[in-house]
Design a protein around this ligand. Structure first.
Ligand code: 4AD
Ligand code: MG
Length: 480
């Protein structure tokens, strides 16, 4: 008989029909009641098995075991569910030794422990919910852009450029690392490498997305990006996914409007389509918060927070205003910040979190950062005071996360772009393909990058980024 998904049985709430379900046993009570989960939803289906079922089979029904069950859907006698399945036939598909099954051995395993068994953690309520939400958000991203006529562009994963110029790339090579071919001066001869040049994994698809925007007007990328930054924090991964829209004819304000609409759409989509999972995650977060001292607990629950963000305009301030607020803050005056505050600094996460969590208590878009701390491609602001040169950058800061989006209007003026690249020691000749867009029909344009895991963190309330990607890659860790 065809398999029915547990989600559909629970949603239909109909009774009196025969069907087959397949899934993994979550628990088995009194040799009679199986809580069965197939991952289609948070809730388990209660299966009632006949007391005369073969005792050898009954002994094999243990948490983690895979079973197929045929039976009749009936109104449930017990509390907690409207329908249950009365089994007529139970087949063991895959046994699971309870003495070895990690999820059985540990009662309420911690998130840290579950990270060590990431290959099994999908089977827990928490990770089931997180990864269903992650899926939903990925789908919503494509829907948002598709509905608005954007072209999804696949930008390369192997590249010869470092778009952000931060020097945090992972090298890609087939040269033997113990005896690479060398030039006379002793340096490695990359002409003999696979691509005939030095290559790395991409840190961003932006530069190629800009090429697409100069033909399709609006494009977006959604792919993996890699950064060898040695930051072992709860917000950094060495391999993460990024969404990068790029729009011709947009200026900085259009860019902010698009980013704000996009984030709100994703939140709204998840509230509508992942209600059950979000309610579970909200409860989980509440329990986690109870462990914290009173003053560190957040004032809002997860769902309230999401609804609040959805229904309020993001604050928009310039970098210069942000620095002013920080300088006036009690935190600064009482020397509570670890890092100094003055115009020109690259704001630290303590500063960003002060602005978002203490001062404005909502997402904040900070614009017009000092040119010196931003990438070469950002549009130089006109009429800057000497020593106060800024660019048309925008970062979106979110409560509990910090930077969630980084973007800018791009420098479309060839001479100014070339000059800046020279100043920053970026090889102008090698980047001829990028500069060609400025030679052949250049137009103002803008775009941004949303860190996918950071928005998943924001929506699910998970505090560690390692818990929102199936198999996290971080310094000294590439298990699974
Ligand atoms: O601010 P970033 O570096 O911007 C860019 O890469 C631009 N090329 C984007 C663009 O304009 N098209 O990165 C964008 C976002 C950050 O705001 C953050 O959310 C996320 O990517 N991000 C990371 N997420 C997880 N782990 C890391 N190591 C991340 N680095 C950046
Ligand atoms: Mg950034």
């Amino acid at each position: 008989m065809a398999r029915t998904k547990i989600k559909d049985i629970l949603l239909r709430e109909e009774t009196g029909y025969e069907t087959t379900v397949k899934g993994w046993v979550r628990s088995f009570r009194n040799n009679q009641f199986i809580a069965l989960n197939d991952g289609s939803c948070m809730n388990n289906l209660q299966v009632v098995i006949d007391l005369n079922t073969d005792s050898t089979l009954v002994r094999m029904i243990t948490p983690g075991a895979a079973v197929a069950i045929t039976g009749t859907v009936l109104p449930s006698q017990g509390k907690g569910q409207k329908v249950e399945l009365k089994a007529s036939e139970v087949t063991l598909l895959g046994a699971c030794n309870p003495e070895e099954y990690p999820l059985q051995l540990k009662n309420r395993p911690s998130l840290e422990y579950l990270r060590e068994i990431a290959h099994l953690r999908f089977r827990t309520n928490t990770f089931g919910a997180v990864f269903r939400v992650r899926h939903s958000l990925a789908f919503a991203i494509h829907k948002f852009f598709n509905d608005r006529g954007f072209v999804y562009l696949h930008t390369p994963i192997v590249t010869a450029s470092d778009a952000e110029g931060a020097g945090e790339t992972f090298r890609v090579t087939t040269l033997p690392f113990d005896h690479p071919p060398r030039l006379e001066d002793g340096s490695v001869n990359f002409e003999e490498d696979f691509f005939g040049r030095s290559t790395n994994l991409t840190v961003s698809g932006q530069l190629e997305a800009e090429l697409g925007a100069m033909a399709f007007s609006e494009v977006y990328t959604f792919g993996p990006t890699f950064r060898a930054e040695n930051s072992n924090t709860a917000r950094h991964l060495a391999e993460f996914w990024m969404i990068e829209p790029e729009v011709a004819f947009n200026d900085l304000k259009d860019n902010m409007d698009l980013a704000e609409a996009f984030i709100k759409y994703l939140i709204g989509y998840s509230l509508e389509h992942n209600r059950e999972d979000l309610e579970f995650l909200a409860q989980r977060l509440l329990e986690e918060e109870k462990q914290k001292p009173q003053q560190e607990r957040s004032e809002m629950g997860l769902i309230e927070k999401l609804e609040f963000v959805l229904n309020h305009q993001f604050e928009r301030i310039t970098y210069t205003e942000a620095i002013e607020i920080l300088l006036q803050s009690p935190a600064y005056k009482k020397k509570k910040f670890q890092y100094d505050v003055k115009w020109g600094i690259d704001m630290q996460s303590e500063h960003e979190r002060y602005l978002v969590e203490k001062h404005f208590k909502k997402p904040v878009i900070v614009t017009n950062y000092p040119a010196a701390i931003k990438a070469f491609y950002m549009r130089q602001d006109d009429d800057c005071a000497p020593g106060r040169e800024t660019v048309a950058a925008m970062d979106i800061l979110a409560p509990g996360i910090g930077e969630i989006v980084g973007g800018s209007q791009r420098e479309e003026r060839l001479e100014r772009l070339e000059q800046r690249m020279k100043d920053m020691h970026i090889p102008v000749e090698e980047m001829y393909w990028y500069l060609d867009t400025r030679r052949f029909g250049t137009v103002p344009h803008a775009g941004f990058g949303l860190g996918f895991e950071r928005i998943v963190q924001f929506v699910t309330g998970m505090t560690n980024i390692r818990d929102v990607i199936p198999f996290p890659r971080t310094p000294k860790n590439a298990a699974f």
